[in-house]
Design a binder for this molecule. Structure first.
Ligand code: NDP
Length: 304
């Protein structure tokens, strides 16, 4: 059964005797993480009594309350937290330790309790790589990538592509200043492995874009029914595949265009599931039922 949306005020009287996990966001009511993790915990408990009293809660925490929330949840012995909008970047300065692979991303989505404080991880990149492999049978390693967007999700995706040694990385964005800031942050990661890194204006894709690339949409264009695709796919050299991080709606204008062109394509649901599965592995230390998590996320989406 799904828990109510909690606030910090509930922590003063907090008395859950089992092992608690939670997602913090603002807003958080529509997060798919609670049903996805609750389903996985029920499955784990059925085969291992150690997990019988694990439960996943959700907390609506405005950004100004995040420092206090992290202190209180640590004091109340929460074992792990997920962070969603707007906390992923804000939390970094409040951690005892940040996983080295998450440092260039500058954002964390998973916290693990340690005695010294919270240890931060970013499992979004892992989710992306797993989803691209599972849904599109592609490895980021050795693949030319055209990434659309320069926000938080794009930054995580770009770091993952560079850390996994993609063949080349082209990043297109609407606002040039956001794109330039991202390029400055990424340049050191691309330098040593000598991965070509280029920027372009989404409205004017250059002729030099690679053919047979993996196109990844990390813009929010497509979330609303009125949105156009972030780029005219038919104007690009034919891609090998298109991955859209958006999963609600399941078929964005970009994915519809890919379908019309006969290009393999997938939405972001598998990414959501795999970032969550990696987080649950970090908290529990065991392998987790990914299929159960996917089924629960799909069911929750239908109800949303
Ligand atoms: P941000 O707000 O940080 O960034 C939004 C990006 O989208 C910016 O690059 C922005 O460009 C661009 N953008 C917004 N509207 C348009 C438009 N109409 N046309 C072109 N570009 C546009 O958001 P996030 O990076 O956090 O999230 C991006 C998307 O990724 C969201 O849809 C989110 O739901 C999805 N996501 C999915 C995940 C999953 O697990 N599947 C995980 C994380 C995110 P500009 O710089 O010009 O403003």
């Amino acid at each position: 059964m799904l828990e109510a949306v909690h606030t910090l005020a509930d922590l003063a009287q907090w008395s859950y005797p089992g092992t608690a996990l939670a997602v913090l966001g603002h807003p958080v009511a529509h997060s798919l993480s609670p049903p996805m993790h609750q389903a996985a915990l029920a499955r784990l408990a059925a085969r291992d009594p150690r997990f019988a009293h694990w439960r996943y809660f959700r907390f609506d925490v405005p950004p100004e309350d995040l420092p206090r929330a992290l202190r209180l949840l640590h004091a109340k012995n929460f074992q792990g937290l997920n962070l969603t909008v707007p906390h992923k970047i804000l939390a970094v300065a409040r951690l005892a330790e940040v996983e080295p692979s998450a440092r260039p991303v500058g954002a964390v989505n998973t916290l693990l309790r340690t005695d010294a404080g919270w240890h931060g991880f970013n499992t979004d990149g892992h989710g992306l790589a797993m989803a691209v492999q599972e849904e599109l049978r592609r490895d980021l390693a050795g693949t030319p990538v055209i990434l659309l967007g320069a926000g938080g999700a794009a930054r995580g995706a770009a770091v993952e592509c560079l850390q996994r040694r993609c063949a080349e990385l082209w990043i297109g964005n609407r606002t040039r200043s956001h794109l330039d800031a991202l390029l400055v942050a990424l340049a050191p990661l691309a330098q040593a492995p000598r991965i070509p890194l280029h920027a372009f204006d989404l409205a004017h894709p250059p002729a030099g874009l690679p053919a047979h690339a993996l196109v990844i949409n990390a813009t929010s264009a497509g979330l609303r029914a009125s949105d156009a695709a972030p780029v005219a796919l038919a104007g690009l050299p034919r891609p090998a595949a298109v991955f859209d991080m958006i999963y609600n709606p399941p078929l964005t204008p970009l994915l519809r265009d890919a379908g019309r062109l006969g290009v393999p394509h997938a939405n972001g649901l598998a990414m959501l599931v795999h970032q969550g599965a990696r987080a649950l592995e970090l908290w529990t230390g065991v392998s987790v039922p990914v299929g159960t998590m996917r089924a629960a996320a799909e069911a929750a989406l239908v109800k949303s």
